[in-house]
Write a protein that binds this ligand. Structure first.
Ligand code: PLP
Length: 427
């Protein structure tokens, strides 16, 4: 099946007389005839469901649709993108371990790694995604367990050289984890470039309608855990909480990672999305391919419009010829990148603030990547306590606006931006 068909058909095939849409199994519990039947599930000897804190059939149908879209062998839905990021890393790294991460990642992921997971005893080295091969090499330590990066970084819109990071990770016997939220599997499939694990905030384009918070972890099934058994005792030595099974032996390369994440971490953290939310996510996935195409077409038009507008100081969009990441984006995302653009309003912080006041169609929101066009001016909202100098030191320009281009008519979006840009200069 092609990706457009997978969006509709993958994950669930109704049998004769069954419902066309995936059923919402809104049940915490599942009934068994004998304790022995249930016991087999607890020993991971049989597949099945016993408690929705670990697994639910609706969730699994949607997870397998996303696995099919990414070209992976197994997937697990989580209650948020944050939970997906956390579990993907914690499934490999424990106290005393180390992870190499791109420094250009979503702020929430950076804080999770740099503050919370450090408190758990996991060490991180952040590398500039455009660092030299030598600098990347120097970031690894004997206790490194994974490398983490984002296909298109939020909000910097830096495109990661996935292939180069995969080669470096594999040279050190560890997997590459890629957060593919902004590109989605419609525009980029990181497994084709050597990544081993993919995560998403499904809250963004996958849901696409401001309706549900969620995340997903997908395994490529390619990483050979047993070949690096000394590095991954969690996968390659017996788990006492399941009568001593060894995940990598019992479930193989294809299923070991997700089975461990489900059986141990979902069991213990309970970061499971509700079946109802998974059903809503599935509705979003059905139109993902069509929406991504429209997001990218609209964003391209809007980026070109902004570039030629006299009231705009600069535009960053990897789809624009001349953008620092244009060539790399062509390689990894030949069909388009995403709908997120950043640009500067001529005049600085005050004029940008004025621009925001005059927008009529674009809504002001911290959110990105869904059907509605939305904007954020960090200097007058999320970062308002910082001076221009402090902002610049943190890599945020005071005049910078982050624009998430929706799927409305592009002319309406541009009209709105044009009038607000004009008004900004009269203040
Ligand atoms: N990854 C990226 C690239 C994001 O943009 C976000 C949220 O904005 C997350 C992860 C975290 O996802 P969530 O908000 O669903 O927890």
């Amino acid at each position: 099946m092609k990706k457009e068909t997978k969006c509709i058909e993958a994950g669930y095939t109704p049998k004769n007389g069954e419902p066309r849409m995936i059923p919402i199994i809104q049940s915490t519990t599942f009934k068994y005839d004998t304790s022995a039947d249930m016991g087999k599930l607890f020993d991971l000897e049989a597949e099945g469901y016993f408690y929705t804190r670990l697994q639910n059939p609706t969730n699994d149908m949607v997870a397998s649709k996303i696995a099919a879209l990414e070209g992976g062998t197994a997937a697990m839905l989580t209650s948020s993108g944050q939970a997906a990021t956390f579990i993907s890393v914690f499934n490999l790294a424990n106290a005393g371990d180390h992870v190499v991460a791109s420094s250009s990642i979503y702020g929430g992921s950076f804080n999770l790694f740099n503050v919370t997971m450090r408190k758990m005893g996991i060490d991180f080295t952040f590398v500039d995604p455009d660092c030299s091969d030598e600098e990347l090499e120097a970031a690894f330590k004997p206790n490194t367990k994974a490398v983490f990066g984002e296909t298109i970084a939020n909000p910097a819109l830096i495109v990661l050289d996935i292939e180069r990071f995969a080669v470096a990770a594999h040279k050190h016997g560890v997997p590459l984890i890629i957060d593919n939220t902004f590109a989605t599997p419609i525009n980029c499939r990181p497994f084709e470039w050597g990544a081993d694990i993919v995560t998403h905030s499904t809250t963004k384009y996958m849901d696409g309608h401001d309706a549900t918070v969620g995340g997903v972890i997908v395994d490529s099934g390619k990483f050979d855990w047993m070949a690096h058994a000394d590095k991954f005792p969690g996968l390659c030595t017996p788990d006492d909480s399941y009568h001593g099974i060894t995940y990598a032996e019992k479930f193989g390369k294809e299923k070991a990672f997700i089975t461990k994440a489900t059986a141990q971490l979902m069991r213990d953290f309970g970061a499971i999305p509700s079946p109802m939310n998974c059903y809503i996510l599935n509705l979003g996935l059905e139109s993902l391919a069509v929406r991504m195409q429209r997001h990218c077409e609209n964003a391209q038009k809007v980026a070109e419009f902004l570039q030629s507008n006299p009231n705009v100081s600069y535009v960053t969009y990897p789809g624009l010829p001349g953008d620092k990441y244009y060539e790399r984006a062509r390689k990894y995302m030949p069909d388009g990148t995403c709908g997120v653009i950043s640009f500067g309003v001529k005049g600085g912080r005050k004029t940008a603030e004025e621009f925001m006041k005059h927008l009529k169609l674009a809504i002001i929101a911290t959110h990105v990547a869904d059907a509605h066009t939305c904007v954020l001016h960090p200097a007058s909202s999320t970062h308002r306590q910082m001076t221009d100098e402090e902002l610049l030191a943190g890599g945020v320009r005071p005049d910078m606006v982050r624009l998430s281009v929706g799927i409305e008519n592009a002319d309406d979006i541009m009209d709105d931006l044009r009038q607000a840009l004009e008004a900004s200069q009269k203040a």
